[in-house]
Write a protein that binds this ligand. Structure first.
Ligand SMILES: [Zn+2]
Length: 300
């Protein structure tokens, strides 16, 4: 009996040591996994897709931290196929949608997106159009329960190391006096390290004059209003000094976008030009340095 009693403390001690070693090992393992995840997160690039959605605009921003943001949704449901090709099949969530302005070629696809995807936040300017498609969008937002945030000049959204700096509309913009919705477009600069991208919606000369001083030099210009003659003045190009220009327009669209005068302005400025009507989906990738643009040709 005394022998048995004498052995008990050493067995308890051994079990305690084993437990401590196990806890230590588990902690080290969890630490290694968390380090590995954070390293993996940090090496993900920023990706900006300009989708070929015909005559309209739609962009998907994939942040290095994993968040996904859709900017406009095109004039039909084509965006659903595009998003489906980029996101994994199990991913039915978009962190945010940005609505540049409530014209049909920018918001129609958003109605279906809100129906299919869980959307946390919708950013908009507050501009409302008295149209069937805008009413459908308002209903879809309400059904989805997405939180609405209004943005204007001076607002910022920070996602990890990526900053969205909003330049337009001006806070004092009087929507009652706006003759056309294009000049109410949400305009913002995306900044990630040395990469800067200017999103212009359908902003025309009136808006360009209002925000161009606040832009600074940009690497990439999303050309305003699908390359219409009503946007992208020579003065504007000289002010923002883009190196790459992106144009979203439909093949043989009835508006004649992009306009030859705007195209020659861009060529004269010396930009590298990418167009959805000629090249299909266009992908901009950045690790914080110089952005790289690749094209994903049309299926014909
Ligand atoms: Zn448009």
């Amino acid at each position: 009996m005394p022998r048995a009693n004498a052995k008990r403390p050493s067995r308890v001690k051994a079990q305690t040591i084993l437990l401590c070693v196990s806890v230590l090992f588990l902690s080290l393992l969890l630490w290694a996994i968390s380090i590995s995840f954070s390293v993996e997160r940090n090496i993900l690039p920023l990706r900006v897709w300009m989708f070929d959605v015909g005559q309209g605009d739609s962009f998907l921003i994939e942040f290095p931290t994993g968040e996904q943001m859709l900017v406009d949704g095109g004039r039909n449901d084509a965006i659903l196929t595009k998003i489906g090709e980029v996101l994994p099949p199990w991913d039915r969530t978009l962190d945010a949608i940005l609505v540049s302005h409530p014209d049909a070629d920018h918001i129609t696809g958003l109605v279906s997106v809100l129906d299919r995807y869980r959307v946390e936040t919708l950013y908009e300017t507050g501009m409302i159009a008295d149209t069937q498609v805008d009413r459908a969008l308002r209903d879809a937002i309400e059904d989805e329960g997405a939180q609405i945030q209004f943005v204007s000049k001076g607002d910022r959204i920070q996602v990890g190391d990526v900053l969205l700096r909003f330049l337009w509309p001006a806070e004092s913009y009087d929507q009652e006096r706006v003759s056309d919705r294009n000049n109410s477009s949400m305009v913002f600069v995306l900044e990630y390290g040395e990469t800067t991208v200017l999103f212009t919606g359908d902003a025309e000369l009136e808006a360009e004059e209002g925000f161009m001083d606040a832009v600074g030099d940009v690497d990439v210009l999303k050309v305003g209003h699908h390359g219409s003659l009503s946007s992208t003045s020579w003065e504007f190009l000289r002010q923002i000094r883009p190196e790459i220009a992106l144009i979203s327009a439909g093949v043989n669209n009835t508006y004649g976008h992009p306009h030859p005068v705007v195209l020659s302005r861009l060529v004269d400025w010396g930009v590298e030009l990418f167009r959805t009507d000629l090249e299909g989906d266009i992908l901009l990738t950045s690790f914080g340095g110089e952005p790289e643009v690749t094209v994903h040709p049309l299926p014909f």
